[in-house]
Write a protein that binds this ligand. Sequence first.
Ligand code: SF4
Length: 244
Amino acid sequence: MTGRFSVLSSEPVVLDRLPLRVDPAEVLRFQGYKKPTDLPSPEVLALFDEALAEGERLMEPRAVYRAVGVRGQGPDRLEAGGETLHVPQIAGLWGTLEHVGAGICTVGQPLEARVAELFEAREFPLAVMLDSVGSAAAESLAEYVNDWLCQAGLAEGLKVTNRISPGYAGWDTAEQTALFRLCSGAPIGVSLNEACFMTPVKTISFLVGVGRQARVDHYFTQCRRCWMRDCAYRRAPAAVTVHR
Ligand code: SF4
């Protein structure tokens, strides 16, 4: 899958027709089932099965990725590709970096259109469940791409960190525009408006650090969904894969 792809590619790389599987636990998390003891009723499970099957049929997982060299680093600052990104504690979290990779991934428009159609038809339970499937699909896709980048990086003797996104962990949502300047969503049909909302909505933009000394040991889900067999660098056992 990694082929001749380089995590240092300064040309945008488009990944499509990805063999993605949605993590079912992620769907239930979006439905509010957060603890292992929170169990859905048989009626909810039937709805869940229907929505998951429909969502996996409708989703069109695609991603675009591009790397840029890091020109400067501070405790809460990264300078790369002509942009200055302000990410709290990033030096402590990621260590010394040579590059950062910016990526955008989406599960596309058809799933969202179907959710809107179901709301229009007042089929609310299925609409809400399918919307959760879409959110879980986007999360699963971002995790898939993160693991895929980690695999590609290891093949080049480079470490790739966990992903971070504008709007999370203290990183200002307004820097979404800087992220889109580093990696445009246009090649996969993703646009950004002035309020920093992405279209399609089930889209995740992210940044990863890349470097020989990059820190990759602090992130709680890393490796758990990765399908790489016999990886000498695995830090946690595989719990579930998001790769078909
Ligand atoms: S098992 Fe972990 S270290 Fe190995 S490629 Fe997958 S995410 Fe990277």
